[in-house]
Design a protein around this ligand. Sequence first.
Ligand SMILES: NC(=O)c1ccc[n+]([C@@H]2O[C@H](COP(=O)([O-])OP(=O)(O)OC[C@H]3O[C@@H](n4cnc5c(N)ncnc54)[C@H](OP(=O)(O)O)[C@@H]3O)[C@@H](O)[C@H]2O)c1
Length: 384
Amino acid sequence: MPDNRPTLRPVVDDFFPSLPASIPPPGVSDPFGTQRALEPKGGLPQPARRVDNDFSRLFMGEMLVAVETLNVDAASFRQMEDAAGAGLSEAERDAAVAGAVVATVRERGKQHNPVTGSGGMLLGRVLQLAPGRVRDVVDVGDRIASLVSLSLTPLRIDQVKAVRRASAQIDVEGEAVLFASGAYAKLPPDLPERLALAVLDVAGAAPQVARLVAQRIAGEPTRVVTVVVLGAGGKSGVLCAAEARRTGGARVKVIGVEKHAPFASDLRGLGVCDVVAVTDACDPIAVRRAVLEANGGEEADLVFSCVNVPDAEMSAVLATRDRGTAYFFAMSTSFTKAALGAEGVGKDIDLMIGNGFARGHAEHSLGMMRQMPAIRALFEERYG
Ligand SMILES: NC(=O)c1ccc[n+]([C@@H]2O[C@H](COP(=O)([O-])OP(=O)(O)OC[C@H]3O[C@@H](n4cnc5c(N)ncnc54)[C@H](OP(=O)(O)O)[C@@H]3O)[C@@H](O)[C@H]2O)c1
C-alpha cells in the first residue's frame, strides 16, 4: 500500500511563548510571525517588503495550508486590471491579473499589492499544525478560510488554474503559512465554499455597522438616523446596507450610492435601502447633492465607504453631518486625503479606519447568509 500521507515538515524548535505574549527577541519564532520577515529582518510580516516563503521547514506555532483559492482584495484586483491597460480581451485581462499576482508573490513571498498595499484571503486545506498553537478548532485535512490579510501571509504559488473576475477569486496550487495569532474560519458545511469565502473576505464590515448604528440610534432617541453606503451594490456594501436596516429598522434611513447600474438595480431589489442613487462616489459634489436630496436637505449621521476605487474620501466627508462618522472600509482610501480633506472643508466629523477584524465577525457575516435568503441568493449568483 503506498503511503499517501503528506510528508511532515521539520519544525524549527525555538522558544515559543504562549499567547498572549510580547514579541520575543530576534531570531526566535513568535505568534505574530516575525520569524518570517526578511526585509526588514525580524519585523512584523505585514509591513515587511519581503517574507520567507520557504516551507521546507516550519516554525513553532505555524499552520501549513495547501492553498486552493485566493480571494484577492477588491481594490487590489481592480488596480491590477486597470494597470493591465484598456482594450484587452477578458482572457488577456485575466492573464495579466494572474501574472501580476504571481510576480508579486515571487518577489515578496506574499500577495501584498505594492500599489494598494492590500492582499485578500485564501481558502485551503490544513496540511500540518506545528506545536505551540493554542485554541485550534481544526485538524489536519480540514478546509479553512484565512481571516488575516494575504498582505502578511507567506505564500508560494506553483500554478494558476483559473481567474474568476466576478468574485476576484483565483484558483491556484500552492502553499501558505498562518501564524499562531492569525484568525481563520473552518468552512461551514451548510454554505457553498465560494460563497463563504466571498463573505468572509469582508466579514469585518457588517458587525461594525451594527455597533455604530446601535450606538447612534441609542444616542438619538427622537430622530431618524441616516446611513449612507458608498459602493452599496458591491459585496461589503450590500452587507453594510442590510445590516444598517436590520439593526436600525424604522429608526434608520438607508441611502445606497452605487455607480454600476446593474448592481444598483440588484440593491433596489433587496429592499434594504430607502433610496438608491446611481451616482459616482468619486464625485463629492454629486454625492452630497444626492444625499441632501434624499434626506430632506440634511447630511448623514453615518457614511460607510465600501468602494473598490481611490478618490471617494471627500464624498464620504461632504455627506457626513457635524459630529457624524465617516467610516472607511475601502482599502483604496487615502488617510491623507480623508484627514486633510476634512480639515480643508471645516468638517468636525470622526474619520474611522475600517478594521478587518471584529470579535465574532465570521459567524456574524455567515449568519447573515442564513438569515437573509434574498442576499444569499444574490451572492450565490454573483460569487458562488
Ligand atoms: N477594511 C478591511 O478589512 C477590508 C477587507 C476586505 C475588503 N476591503 C475593501 O472594501 C472595499 C469593497 O470591497 P468589496 O469586496 O465589497 O468590493 P466590491 O464587491 O467590488 O464592491 C465595490 C463596489 O463599489 C462600486 N464602485 C466602484 N467605483 C464606484 C464609484 N466611483 N462610485 C460608486 N460606486 C463605485 C463597484 O462597482 P463596480 O462593480 O462597477 O466596480 C462595486 O459595486 C474594497 O476597497 C476592499 O479593498 C476592506
